[in-house]
Design a protein. Sequence first.
Length: 255
Amino acid sequence: MTRLEGKVGLITGGASGLGAGTAERFVANGARVVITDIDVDRGKEVASEIGAEFFRQDVAREEEWEATLAEVRQRYGRLDVLVNNAGIFTSCPVDETPLEQWQRVLDVNLTGVFLGCKHGVRAMKGNPGGPSGSIINLSSVVGMRGQLGGSAYSASKGGVRLLTKTVALENAPHRIRCNSIHPGIIDTPIMDPLFAAAPDPDAMRAHLEQTLPVGKIGEPARDIGNMAVYLACDESVYVTGAEMVVDGGMTAGLP
């Protein structure tokens, strides 16, 4: 399939998990892809495996956004798709959350997405042939509802949800779309600590799957990567400011 033929895509947090899965699907659909991450070794490995390019980037630093996008435009001449995927997870009751932890989660998960939107829009406005592009922000189902122990994480992902809608409204006249994806339980490294802490990891996995209406945990490339391909390609030209919930039915109600 070549649904993204001719498009240039930048995916943050591409060294593992949802970012790596999305990058794999983008390349398979014909896009020229740059992945960024702070994990240089793993980022280079993933890029080599799938046929992408890797840049080191800390998404919480504005100067690194400026440098990354300048390099992308110099090498490829344009930016068609930006996937703001980089993020970190913490779980701690609000009254026990250190300010430093709260701030770090917001810096990466929300400020990083803001900076991506800010500089991504600027780059897309300068595309040859006129402004155009698609920005895809990774939120979460807990950006739509609360989560025990998730004060910082939920706040950051809820912020991404509404930031997305504002960016969509502001840039619709420029043919720059912005949508959010809200994953549920997906089989990524973010789940590893949960399984490692369980007395029986296999039993824990089975329990989680039993709680999902579809009866299984999601997969990064198949479930999130393919949704991102849809939002990136011209098939979704009329979709902007939308919340794409990919959670196996977990927020639809009890099975």
